[in-house]
Design a protein around this ligand. Structure first.
Ligand SMILES: Cc1ncc(C[n+]2csc(CCOP(=O)(O)OP(=O)(O)O)c2C)c(N)n1
Ligand SMILES: [Mg+2]
Length: 375
């Protein structure tokens, strides 16, 4: 006996800008030339920054670093659809998100050098530092979105997770909450094809990751994540939905991690060169450049100037990062507890003794005073 269809899903994919730089006019969003140029600048500069950060790590001047290259459109564009008062929480791969939110990259470098001063934001900032534990921030962002809803000022909260992370229970819990409470939340799945060495096809049996949204009463859409115009349009729509009180959105951005997982990984051990080559043709920056050039708002001369200012900017950020005075290692115990547990009291005392032992009184005298509260 045939059963009645009581629900059906229609999963949409948004693509506007082709690899040839041509746009689908019917879908082209209203974006000023100024904003288009800003998208390009951010993507261009973060790629150059990414290349330099890898060199810094390779020469022992930075800790383990997660590469961004290939994912610039997915990362740099959504923040442009937000206000500074909207909350944003990036993942460890979210250097482009952090940059597009106006952060100084010298602090990002400090963070990847393991220095907790890289996690400090000015008072009133609505940004949180990169989440290295995968997925744990997703429920926290539901909380941030709930806070925005309670404030009643139309604020939203936006976050990211990887394709691998989308298999974790955290996303289930976060979307259950976001759907049920109609939260002004935007979850972007940055589907870059790989979760370290696990390919997307082994990650989930569902045809798309976007379709997961519908199971929670959340709006879902898949987007070409290397198409800045599509990413922008999908985010603008999600922001409008959130501000109107119409609930949360899950955007699956299909993109590709061009580099290794991090500087501690070797992707040649588990994936084919030809796969990487095929994604080079879909590069988010070169197709955007073709589009801007055809529109006659960009040319080689401007590109040359941008390259020069970008190099100077990176030099300045690296210099500022390397000139930060060394932190006092005892700071690592500060600001974690309202009352420190016994084992940390012991460990802190032990480190203090060790510092005296290693360098005599001199090393302690040379260290800056401790910062933060150790109760
Ligand atoms: C809670 C937790 N478990 C495991 C890890 C180790 N880990 C780091 S990255 C990663 C894979 C994440 O893949 P994906 O979500 O696709 O993000 P991508 O690195 O591709 O951006 C894992 C398992 C972690 N950081 N946190
Ligand atoms: Mg991934």
């Amino acid at each position: 006996m045939p059963l009645k269809t009581i629900a059906s899903l229609d999963i949409k994919r948004l693509e506007i800008l082709g690899v040839d730089g041509k746009v689908d006019k019917a879908l082209m969003p209203k974006v000023s030339d100024k904003l288009l140029l800003e998208m390009y600048r951010l993507m261009f500069q973060i790629r150059a920054f990414d290349e330099r950060a890898i060199l810094l790590q390779r020469s022992g001047r930075l800790g383990t670093y997660p590469m961004i290259t290939g994912q610039e459109a997915t990362q740099c564009v959504p923040p442009l659809a937000l206000k500074p008062s909207d909350w944003v929480v990036p993942t460890y791969r979210g250097g482009g998100v952090y940059f597009a939110r106006g952060m100084q990259m010298r602090y990002g470098l400090l963070y990847w050098a393991g220095d907790d001063r890289g996690t400090q934001f000015p008072d009133g900032n609505c940004d949180m530092i990169f989440s290295i534990p995968v997925g744990t921030h997703l429920t926290q962002v539901a909380g941030l979105a709930w806070g925005q809803k309670l404030k009643g000022q139309g604020g939203v909260a936006l976050t990211y997770c990887g394709d691998g992370t989308s298999s974790k229970g955290d996303l289930h819990e976060a979307l259950t909450f976001a759907g049920q409470f109609k939260l002004p939340a935007i979850y972007i799945i940055e589907n870059n094809g790989w979760a370290i060495s696990v390919p997307r096809k082994r990650q989930a049996a569902s045809q798309t990751l976007a379709q997961k949204a519908w199971g929670y009463g959340v709006h879902g859409v898949q987007v070409d994540g290397n198409d800045a115009l599509a990413v922008y349009t999908a985010t603008v729509e999600a922001v409008a939905r959130a501000r109107k009180g119409d609930g949360a959105t899950l955007i699956e951005c299909e993109t590709y991690r061009m580099g290794h997982h991090t500087t501690a990984d070797d992707a040649t051990r588990y994936r084919e060169d030809k796969e990487v080559e095929s994604w080079k043709k879909k590069d988010p920056i070169s197709r955007f450049k073709k589009f801007l050039t055809a529109k006659k708002i960009w040319n080689d001369k401007e590109e040359g100037t941008l390259k020069t200012t970008t190099n100077a900017w990176i030099d300045q950020e690296v210099k500022a990062y390397e000139e930060f005075p060394a932190p006092n290692p005892l700071n690592m115990f500060a600001d974690n507890y309202s009352a420190a547990p016994w084992h940390l009291i012991e460990q802190r005392a032990e480190l203090e003794e060790l510092l005296k032992f290693k360098g005599g009184a001199k090393i302690l005298m040379e260290l800056p005073p401790t910062e933060g509260r150790f109760p």
